[in-house]
Design a protein around this ligand. Structure first.
Ligand code: TRP
Length: 460
């Protein structure tokens, strides 16, 4: 294990892992899913999934990682199940695909920091003009990927942990600051009502699948990111409390992001809540208009702060996405960490170019594919997001839980979770895991996986 690196403390691990979880998925994805998924009811279902289904998956991933001190692929071999390495390979592929488009969005956020600092609120009026300027936004993405590679190249405690320990608290303080301001605006209360008072008539299959998909993506599950981070955790750390804290932090920040955004939308829509946009629109179009409305120096200050915060959140996530393939190359291919970091980052940047071109610049990639029964075409970036987030991650989650309960066996999982956690064997958690892990978790994930594919791609 020498030279592989470790987190220097339990807090360091929690900061890095929470940093991985908290990202664009929380601040950009969660509010728009809530907006399009019926408001508070989506929030409730999402919370339910996070704690009942996702938390066990997270504990399992971390336990496999710590037990083996290996990357997402090597971990399966180290446990003695060479044939199950394909789960890790699928995870690597998911990570590469996710980072390729995620970095494009992070590049937009980075560009917005600059536009907000220049008080150019009008950028939001023609978002596609902004994203079509591929040389400029491509450069932003290039810089973002470069920063990510730099952090990963510095290793676990030097780069990843240090960055996260500084970025996470800053992020929380900034979100709370803007949220408090947003409460003071007229009609803020209408936004809060939409966000917090559930309307049970809005529950549909789609809302339920989206909530689970969002929970998986937001918690960074299903591709071995937590196997990888778990591999740097000390044997005396309590994995159960760490995983719980990471989940609470992730859910907490998504929730705070909603508290920040929905009052602003209440204000913008004069209480009607009717312009709750979907997708990129919410963060990149609606929000800047609010900063423009505040106007002048203050609007620019809020806008710059917000998008800086979004970049921070994205950075600790891109770092974890890059770390998965890098750890694989370092462990399995004996590559030097620095070389691996820059090589993989460069490759993924290139793989991301079609995504970069798919937001207006190239008609081919912008109208890339029309799913069966869909009214309009899906762009390349969204297509990759659908494949990786909605299909590969849940599949990875199913495979990991099936592997842990039926191949590696639950006793081994329990033993690992009991390290640093003396009361584990008497805990209700152990009973709960015995109850849900063998059949319920893989089955629920499996149903959602199949239905999501049928609905998303084949228009059922
Ligand atoms: N969870 C991050 C977000 O919400 C994205 C992310 C980082 C991720 N690492 C991951 C998603 C690993 C899935 C798997 O923005």
């Amino acid at each position: 294990m020498a030279g592989r690196g470790n987190f220097s403390s339990k807090l360091g691990f929690i900061a890095a892992a929470a940093g991985s979880a908290v990202g664009l998925g929380n601040i950009w994805g969660f509010p728009y899913e809530v907006g399009s998924g019926g408001g508070a009811i989506f929030v409730l279902i999402y919370l339910f999934f996070c704690f009942t289904l996702c938390l066990p998956v997270m504990m399992t991933e971390i336990a496999i990682g710590r037990k083996t001190a290996k990357n997402a692929v090597g971990a399966f071999e180290k446990l003695g199940y060479k044939n199950w390495r394909f789960i890790g390979m699928l995870g690597l592929l998911s990570g590469v695909l996710i980072l390729s488009f995620y970095n494009v969005i992070a590049g937009w956020a980075f560009g917005y920091v600059i536009e907000m600092a220049k008080s150019n609120f009008a950028v939001a009026d023609s978002f596609s003009t902004f994203t079509s300027d591929v040389f400029t936004v491509g450069l932003y993405g290039f810089v973002f990927m470069g920063i990510t590679a730099f952090v990963v190249s510095k290793g676990v405690s030097g780069g990843i942990e240090k960055a996260a320990k500084f970025l996470m608290p800053t992020l929380i303080i900034m979100i709370i600051g803007i949220a408090v301001y947003s409460f003071t605006l007229p009609n803020a209360i209408d936004g809060l009502k939409f966000y917090l008072i559930p309307d049970f008539s809005k529950v549909t299959g789609q809302v339920i699948f989206n909530a689970l998909g969002q929970a998986f993506f937001s918690l960074s599950l299903g591709m071995g990111a937590f196997i990888t981070y778990g591999s740097y955790v000390g044997k005396n750390d309590n994995l159960v409390s760490s995983a719980t804290l990471i989940t609470l932090a992730d859910v907490g920040i998504a929730f705070l992001a909603g508290l920040l955004i929905f009052p602003l939308i209440g204000f913008m829509s004069e209480g009607s809540m009717l312009n709750v946009g979907r997708g990129p629109a919410l963060i990149f179009v609606t929000l800047p208009q609010i900063f423009g409305h505040i106007g002048g120096g203050l609007g620019s200050l809020f806008g710059t702060a917000f998008f800086t915060l979004l970049c921070f959140a994205a950075l600790t996530s891109t770092v974890s996405l890059l770390e998965v393939p890098v750890a694989y190359l370092v462990d399995e291919r004996k590559m030097n960490r620095k070389k691996a970091s820059w090589l993989v980052a460069g490759t993924i940047f290139v793989i991301g170019i079609p995504s970069l071109l798919s937001a207006g610049y190239s008609q081919f990639f912008t109208n890339f594919i029309t799913y069966v029964g869909a009214e309009s075409a899906t762009d390349f970036l969204s297509f990759i997001a659908n494949v990786a987030n909605d299909s590969f991650l849940p599949l990875g989650g199913i495979l990991i839980t099936v592997f842990a309960s039926h191949v590696w066996k639950r006793e081994n999982l329990h033993e690992e979770l009991a390290l640093g956690n003396p009361n584990y064997h008497q805990s209700w958690l152990k009973k709960y895991l015995n109850f849900v892990m063998p059949i319920i978790v893989p089955m629920v994930l499996g149903i959602v996986f199949i239905l999501t594919i049928l609905v998303n791609f084949f228009g059922f």
